[in-house]
Design a protein around this ligand. Structure first.
Ligand code: ARG
Length: 284
């Protein structure tokens, strides 16, 4: 149950059970009051951060938000493969008819910004839900966003992957680890952490297995600052470039369990090798 938190998001009752189960299972759950470690930010200042929405599945209140995404090209949004899973969307992504990308909406209780239909979804066929390797999907938008909304991608060997590099995460996810979903977009500062830290934390369990070739380890060595449920698919940005997508972790904000992100340089490598999604036209 702890593995697929986004599943829990789909089912409020399961979510409640998760919130109760975690403190019982782990001796020292996050006592941090703000997992995202966060502070409020404006969507206009983070135009590459978008919300994925399905009101059919997640209700109208928070604009149907259930995951994050990142604009990497006027018609291309990257998100996590696990956000497109059938048990999340209630259908295969190509049949999830009310799937939308929301941009420019800081406060999910409003109708500011734009909602754009998804014309096509491409889920990485190599995504492994056992380890969580390859956790990315490509959404093609029905209408283009301004080019200025897109963020550049870190390629293989990018210096921003050096451990210790400052990075920022943004999202509308849980701010406590116990199911407190905010109205407004938040950000938190984290650091890229050494692969060895995540390899030690995640040698392979029901949560996943840390594989440095396709994942990035980031967080706060003292805990507290982290992504959490509902942030998945959203950006991890360092030196002005996208280096990761929020993917998984054990609990949220626990010092011994850093956040694990999909390694964007590996997405670039994969898509650049000719597995460009059909219809996406170009490699993001
Ligand atoms: N899987 C979660 C989601 O679907 C993201 C979890 C990230 N967890 C973490 N501790 N960084 O929203």
């Amino acid at each position: 149950m702890r593995r697929r938190f986004v599943r829990a998001l789909a089912r409020p009752l399961a979510l409640a059970a998760t919130a109760v189960a975690i403190p019982l299972l782990s001796a020292a759950p996050a006592a941090s009051d703000v997992v995202l470690g966060g502070y409020p930010v404006e969507a206009a200042q983070n135009p590459w951060t978008v919300a994925l929405s399905s009101r059919d599945r997640f209700g109208r209140m928070r604009s149907g938000q259930f995951c994050g995404g990142v604009v990497v090209d006027p018609t291309t949004v990257l998100t996590a493969a696990h956000c497109m899973a059938e048990d999340v969307l209630g259908a295969p992504p190509d049949r999830a008819r009310d799937l939308k990308v929301i941009t420019g909406r800081t406060d999910l209780y409003t109708d500011e910004g734009r909602e754009i239909a998804v014309r096509e979804t491409w889920v990485n066929p190599a995504y492994d839900s056992g380890t969580n390797a390859g956790d990315f999907a490509v959404l093609t938008l029905a209408e283009p966003l301004p080019r200025t909304s897109a963020i550049g991608l870190a390629g293989p060997g990018d210096a921003a992957y050096r451990p210790g590099t400052e990075a920022v995460i943004t999202g509308w996810g849980d701010t406590t680890g116990f199911g407190a979903y905010p109205r407004r977009l938040r950000a938190a500062h984290v650091h890229v952490l050494a692969d060895a830290l995540c390899e030690r934390a995640y040698p392979g369990s029901a949560d996943g297995k840390y594989l440095s070739a396709s994942m990035v380890c980031a967080g706060d060595e003292r805990g507290g600052r982290d992504a959490c449920q509902g942030d998945s698919g959203g950006p991890l940005i360092a030196q002005g470039r996208l280096i990761g997508l929020v993917s998984w972790g054990s609990g949220c904000g626990r010092p011994e369990s850093p956040g694990v992100y999909t390694r964007v340089s590996e997405i670039v490598r994969t898509l650049g090798r000719g597995r460009t999604p059909q219809g996406a036209g170009k490699t993001p």
